[in-house]
Design a protein around this ligand. Structure first.
Ligand code: BEZ
Length: 258
């Protein structure tokens, strides 16, 4: 068993890069939908440590990467000093000059104020500009969330207020986009079971990185008890041959500003 330390402050950029590389590796697919062209100006919203921002830059694009976590931006700047990175919040960012595209991979499921994010994206684009995004959609990590809920019941903790995620259906998200002046030209919801790194420790690492709000206020010992209980619940379905798999479901959207 690995030792657990649950971070309760900002994103741990080193842990993210070290053990969760699948986040941007799966983003390669989404880049095909973005289809960046030389000379375009593109914003990477929620760029993390910058791997996909760099791939966009390779297409001869003027790219800016933004993320709300200072630790991520610091690491992104260290990784790719030739690229412009800034700290910004998805719900209220502004740009100096309107963009050809806003790209966002694996971020918008953290943004419960979807309306505000869509308004910021809309005002940052040129007319005809495109918004290309992928994130957790309806039913995402349902088994993990249910296991956390069940494990926390033992401590009389309800998870509703602790759940930081927003996993919309296509109908819900497309409607929000249309209401704010986008034409949705592509929308897809699909299962993408995602193997986690680090063998037996994979689920504990994932919870540490992405679900720590569920464990807030518990002692270290209680946190470990919850994680072990979650592992027990999930083992029959999500652990096979030494590897944990997260039950991801992605929503992928391409929308054009009218
Ligand atoms: C996701 O990429 O779907 C995801 C990541 C962290 C927490 C929840 C979902």
């Amino acid at each position: 068993m690995n030792n657990l330390s649950i971070p309760n402050n900002d994103w741990d950029a080193a842990l993210y890069e070290d053990k969760h590389a699948f986040v941007w590796q799966y983003g390669d697919d989404l880049l095909k939908f973005l289809n960046p062209k030389p000379g375009e100006s593109i914003l990477d919203l929620g760029c993390g440590t910058g791997q996909l921002t760099e791939k966009i830059a390779q297409a001869g694009v003027q790219v800016i990467g933004v993320d709300h976590a200072p630790t991520m931006i610091e690491k992104a700047r260290e990784n790719y000093p030739h690229i412009h990175f800034d700290i910004a919040d998805a719900t209220n960012f502004q740009v100096d000059k309107r963009l050809d595209a806003v790209f966002s991979n694996a971020v918008l499921h953290w943004v419960k104020e979807a309306d505000s994010a869509i308004a910021s994206i809309h005002q940052s684009l040129k007319p005809g500009g495109r918004f290309v995004a992928e994130f957790g959609g309806k039913g995402n990590v349902q088994a993990i969330a249910t296991a956390l809920e069940t494990a926390l019941e033992a401590f009389n903790i309800s998870t509703q207020a602790r759940n930081p995620w927003y996993f919309p259906s296509i109908g819900e998200y497309a409607t929000l986009l249309e209401q704010q002046g986008f034409d949705v030209i592509h929308a897809m919801l699909f299962a993408r079971p995602t193997p986690l790194a680090e063998g037996e420790a994979g689920m504990a690492n994932w919870i540490q990185m992405f679900a720590s709000t569920f464990l807030a206020g518990l002692s270290s010992k209680q946190q470990i008890q919850v994680i072990r209980a979650v592992e027990e619940y999930l083992k029959p379905t999500l652990y096979q041959q030494g590897t944990w798999t997260a039950d991801y479901r992605r929503i992928r959207i391409v929308a054009i500003k009218l």
